[in-house]
Design a protein around this ligand. Structure first.
Ligand SMILES: [Zn+2]
Length: 461
């Protein structure tokens, strides 16, 4: 029994000795490399103290900033559309700022952030995440503004505007600024894909500035973006332009030298049977008061008075067709009427470069054949001065002034010197009464228009 106990004790002592002999063989450096348990501090990462700001920017993004957490290597951003809703991770970033480009217009979002750190353990690399910080709200998300990229002339006097897309926009407003005025909305583009607009309705030789505002519309909600950059353009234009019931004429210096306002009183003075020696007197009076008239010329007389015709045309007067040799057209054949009209057309075009657009039949005589042969509107009159019969300036003046109405067509003859004299009184008196003295074509354009083969007596409003 004792013997057995001794044997066991001996074995125990032996094993202790053996242990003591082996232990000093393990190098102390090797012991340090064995991963030990992490202490309490190393197993956690401090939370983000707070979200310091959430800003909705005018480019449609939301910027979230937060205070850095100690030892954090990166941050995870969480988002929810309600304060009590579930927060979903939307991004991970090493920075302390995040730009949310996926926020929906007009929505309110809530953001939270946690800090992240990666550590080594016995099991390998593990990612430590802190608790989420307190949520912070964004306020309604803005609609991204657009960039007005280009304005170019699409057609002669039209501007085409092009801008960039605002991803969540349901449409765009086009704003235009005229010189010395405020920006005014001129168009609403109701399609998402509408990224262009053609402006046809502007006065030429004028600088305009444009900008675009995107909008988002759903139910009763309307969100507008901030305005785009603005671009300016000026169109250079020579010739006639009609805009908003007004006719403008621009010279080679791009300046408007004549304007007719269709909303104001107008009257047409017409002179037949010229050109004649006294036509120049009438032209001088018209020029003095910045007014225009229509001259129904006899084709056979035109070549003798080239400079008068040229002058009349350059002054803005209209040259109408009064046949070639002043025959009674109702007794002419269809082909004779045609040739009477065509010969005068050619004679006038050779001088002015432009074909007469209106005609007046000699003696006011017309029938169906005449109407179909002339190929232009036929112009009659509503005020007949009978100046050829009276040859009295006083009578002509009285008849014109008594008969004048807004839209009247007055018949006189520039072949009559009494009418040239009468015009010196008639023209300033009508101007003083508020009339604009206009050509037949101007009156027709601003009133009811004209058709070929139709007879016009007046253009009353
Ligand atoms: Zn005549």
């Amino acid at each position: 029994m004792i013997k057995k106990l001794l044997k066991t004790s001996l074995a125990f002592i032996m094993s202790v000795f053996m242990m003591m002999a082996i232990t000093p063989l393990i190098p102390s450096a090797f012991a340090d490399e064995i991963p030990g348990p992490l202490d309490e501090q190393e197993q956690t990462v401090p939370a983000v103290p707070q979200i310091s700001g959430v800003t909705c920017l005018s480019d449609g993004t939301v910027r979230v900033f937060w205070a850095a957490a100690e030892n954090a290597e990166s941050y995870q951003v969480y988002r929810s559309s309600s304060a009590s809703g579930s927060f979903v991770p939307v991004a991970e970033t090493p920075d302390t700022v995040y730009t949310d480009r996926y926020a929906k217009v007009n929505m309110n979002y809530y953001y939270k952030v946690c800090s992240i750190r990666t550590v080594q353990t016995e099991e390998g690399e593990i990612t430590l995440k802190s608790d989420l910080c307190a949520a912070r709200a964004s306020g309604p998300v803005k609609l991204q503004y657009v960039r007005l990229e280009n304005i170019y002339k699409a057609v002669y006097n039209r501007f085409k505007l092009k801008w960039s897309k605002s991803p969540q926009a349901t449409g765009y407003y086009v704003y235009r600024q005229s010189p010395g005025a405020a920006f005014k909305k001129i168009a609403t583009i109701k399609t998402v894909s509408g990224l262009t607009y053609t402006d046809k309705s502007f006065l030429c030789n004028t600088r305009y500035t444009y900008k675009i505002i995107a909008y988002y519309s759903k139910g009763n909600t309307l969100v507008k973006s901030s305005a785009s950059n603005s671009l300016s353009q000026k169109s250079k234009y020579v010739g006639k332009q009609t805009l908003n019931k007004c006719i403008y004429y621009f010279g080679k210096d791009y300046k408007c030298y004549r304007k007719v306002n269709g909303r104001k009183k107008m009257i047409c003075l017409t002179y037949d049977d010229g050109p004649a020696a006294r036509t120049k007197t009438i032209l001088a009076t018209l020029k003095k008061y910045d007014q225009a008239a229509t001259f129904f010329v006899v084709g056979s007389r035109v070549s003798k008075y080239k400079s008068t015709i040229k002058k009349a045309y350059r002054q803005g007067c209209e040259i109408g067709n009064h046949t070639y040799s002043h025959p009674m057209l109702t007794s002419c054949s269809y082909s004779k009427i045609k040739s009477q009209i065509i010969r005068t057309k050619r004679a006038v075009k050779r001088i002015t470069g432009s074909t007469p657009k209106v005609m007046r039949p000699p003696y006011g005589a017309f029938n169906r054949t005449v109407r179909s042969a002339v190929g232009t509107p036929l112009i009659y009159w509503s005020v007949d001065t009978r100046d050829w019969a009276t040859r009295s300036s006083r009578t002509t003046i009285r008849r014109v002034l008594n008969g004048a109405r807004n839209g009247s067509i007055v018949l006189m003859h520039d072949s009559q010197s009494s009418s040239a004299t009468a015009s010196k009184t008639i023209i300033p008196k009508l101007v003083k009464k508020g009339y604009q003295l206009v050509t037949i074509s101007e009156m027709a354009e601003l009133r009811s228009g004209m058709k070929k083969g139709k007879v016009y007596y007046k253009f009353y409003k």
